[in-house]
Design a protein around this ligand. Structure first.
Ligand SMILES: Nc1ncnc2c1ncn2[C@@H]1O[C@H](COP(=O)(O)OP(=O)(O)OP(=O)(O)O)[C@@H](O)[C@H]1O
Ligand SMILES: [Mg+2]
Length: 580
């Protein structure tokens, strides 16, 4: 992979926290060494004090035994604390870089990747990477050293016991691993089902009106019941493995202790070790089970982290919006708003290869020209607007404003050039005023109020308790009112070019006429490109562009088209026949 974000972030955080990392290394060495000492002290206590019934030095040994146990606890705590802090710093670093990337990424990426996929890159995948630090690689190193140390100590007491432990080690590991795998499988299944159960409720609530109007209540109830039963079954499995796991570990431990005691008993004398060594060996072998259990889980999180790293790096290497000329300013592109020339030079575009949306579009508009695009649903009108806005890159050709390629215009300048009204209104968190300004500090309160007044929403908004400062709520505005708010948002900066995608679709006839007439009044200083489904209700325009099968079928003044275009004439006739 070209750019390895994870490696870069880790390196950065380590460089920035050299002291913490050095302390961590010392602590890890401390943990490995100190965890081997208590069994040795225990052996001394038994062999030198308890068996010969000799009290000399017993107290100091007992105190050091306790002291070392305390040190192990403190070291463990420090290790966990430093690892968690470093892990958090690394995840913060990765997430910040990803956010930066998200803003630069090519818009086409979002055509292929739903929001769920992108969100999971930020949450699940980065969390998986963070577990690499908190419960992954470092803990695995510590545990591996602990196991080696314990094996060494046992070997030192008795080579035979060492060999037996070495043989037992993989067997115990495999048994524990099998149980852990089953446990994890059941847990994952259960988590998925819990998600489904919860989702079902929120989905039902969201679609409650649709469910009722299509009388789908029993269907929803049945599927909920099914999810609940499945969930219950997986929950039972999880509980079963949870309850059986600890007893199994205890049985393994008891069996090993019994084996060590029997093998070192006087009758067998196979191991040839003292009572103290027997006690120490039992403690060592018991200590072995913890790291073996952890090792399994650590392997698991390392596996998860590796696929997380892969996916995060893959995201980080997604192609970016190539060329944005940061020196371009709105003023340098459009120095005089009466001189805006837009040209389409052999534009072709597809979202997916082999499926052309737009093909070989050549158009040239005069300053302040009013252009309406018409064409069947799905012909690519909104796509064409996104190309004009430089949100998408044409697969071929270019769109230019005063000889400047729109794709090279930096995003920061776009609002000063374009006012865009989308087919759907997207709200943001904040007040009603924020919906218009989009929290752009350069837009004054006066501009916001003027824009709202312009679309005729001020009376309604002022009737609300907090007026323009009312907190935005989706239910505060109807579809049509949202459409008006969208227009206010577009015109707030008084941009020289307006792109209006179906602005009248949700408006009643009176509001529609009002909006159109107001727009017409201000249109002498603007270039207006609009999309309209209904030819009769479009803003009076100089040029109509008819799109068909991704190409320009015909273009010209409405009067001209009425004369020479069969499609246009028949549509106008058809609309006259219908009720509106
Ligand atoms: N993000 C996307 N990813 C893939 N395909 C897309 C995407 N957006 C639109 N399309 C496809 O491009 C084609 C043109 O869509 P577009 O929204 O431009 O049509 P339209 O002319 O605006 O239609 P309408 O009149 O219904 O608004 C459609 O077939 C649509 O499926
Ligand atoms: Mg559209």
């Amino acid at each position: 992979m070209k750019n390895n974000l994870v490696k870069k972030s880790i390196k950065y955080v380590i460089k920035d926290n050299v002291v913490s990392v050095a302390v961590l290394v010392v602590i890890i060495i401390g943990i490995v060494i100190t965890s081997l000492l208590p069994p040795q002290i225990l052996r001394k206590i038994i062999d030198q004090n308890l068996v010969p019934r000799n009290g000399v030095g017993l107290l100091s040994l007992a105190v050091s035994y306790l002291g070392i146990l305390m040190f192990i606890g403190i070291f463990d705590f420090l290790k966990e604390a430093i690892l968690t802090i470093l892990g958090q710093k690394i995840t913060k670093e990765i997430r910040m870089e990803m956010m930066e990337k998200l803003e630069k990424i090519n818009a086409i990426f979002f055509s292929y990747n739903g929001s769920g996929t992108v969100v999971s890159r930020f949450t699940n995948d980065v969390d998986a990477i963070s577990s690499l630090f908190t419960s992954g690689i470092v803990s695995m190193i510590v545990d591996s050293f602990k196991i080696i140390g314990i094996l060494g100590s046992i070997w030192f007491f008795s080579v035979r016991l060492g060999i037996i432990t070495l043989i037992l080690l993989p067997i115990i590991f495999i048994i524990i691993r099998i149980f852990q795998r089953h446990m994890l499988e059941a847990q994952i299944k259960n988590r998925v089902l819990v998600g489904k159960v919860n989702n079902h409720i929120s989905e039902s609530l969201k679609n409650i009106q649709m469910i009722k109007s299509f009388s789908k209540e029993s269907y929803m109830e049945d599927s909920y019941k099914m999810y609940l039963i499945d969930n219950y079954r997986t929950m039972e499995k999880v509980n079963f493995y949870d309850s059986i796991f600890s007893p199994i570990i205890m049985i393994i431990r008891a069996l090993i202790i019994a084996a060590v005691v029997i093998l070192s008993s006087n009758q067998f004398g196979y191991l040839g070790i003292s009572v103290g060594m027997v006690a120490a060996s039992i403690e060592l072998i018991s200590n072995l089970l913890g790291p073996i259990q952890d090792l399994g889980m650590e392997l698991q999180s390392i596996q998860g982290a590796i696929s997380g790293i892969y996916r995060v790096n893959e995201f980080y290497n997604e192609p970016e919006d190539e060329y944005k000329n940061s020196e371009l300013s709105a003023e340098s592109i459009i120095s005089n708003r009466k001189e805006v020339r837009i040209s389409f030079n052999d534009i072709s575009f597809y979202y997916e290869e082999e499926r052309h949306i737009l093909q070989n579009i050549n158009l040239e508009f005069q300053p302040q020209e009013k252009v309406t695009f018409v064409g069947r649903t799905g012909v690519g009108k909104s796509t064409l607007f996104k190309l004009i806005l430089g949100l998408l890159k044409p697969t071929n050709g270019s769109i230019k404003i005063n000889e400047v390629d729109v794709y090279s215009i930096p995003n920061t300048e776009k609002r000063k050039i374009f006012g865009y009204v989308d087919q759907s209104f997207h709200t943001i968190k904040g007040t009603i005023a924020d919906q218009v300004s989009l929290q752009d500090k350069s837009i004054t309160r006066e501009q916001i109020e003027d824009a709202i007044d312009f679309v005729g929403l001020s009376d309604y908004i002022l009737s609300l308790e907090n007026g323009y400062d009312t907190k935005m709520d989706n239910n505060l505005f109807s579809q049509g009112q949202k459409q008006l708010l969208a227009i206010a948002r577009a015109i707030a900066t008084n941009p020289p070019i307006l792109l209006l995608d179906e602005i009248t679709a949700n408006l009643d006839a009176i509001t529609e006429e009002k909006i159109i007439s107001i727009l017409q009044k201000v249109s002498d200083t603007r270039t207006i490109l609009s999309i309209s489904h209904r030819l009769l209700s479009m803003i009076s325009c100089d040029t109509v562009v008819i799109l068909e099968n991704g190409r320009v079928k015909n273009s010209g003044s409405p009067e001209l088209l009425l004369e020479n275009d069969e499609w246009y004439r028949s549509h106008i006739e058809l609309e006259k026949l219908t009720w509106r």
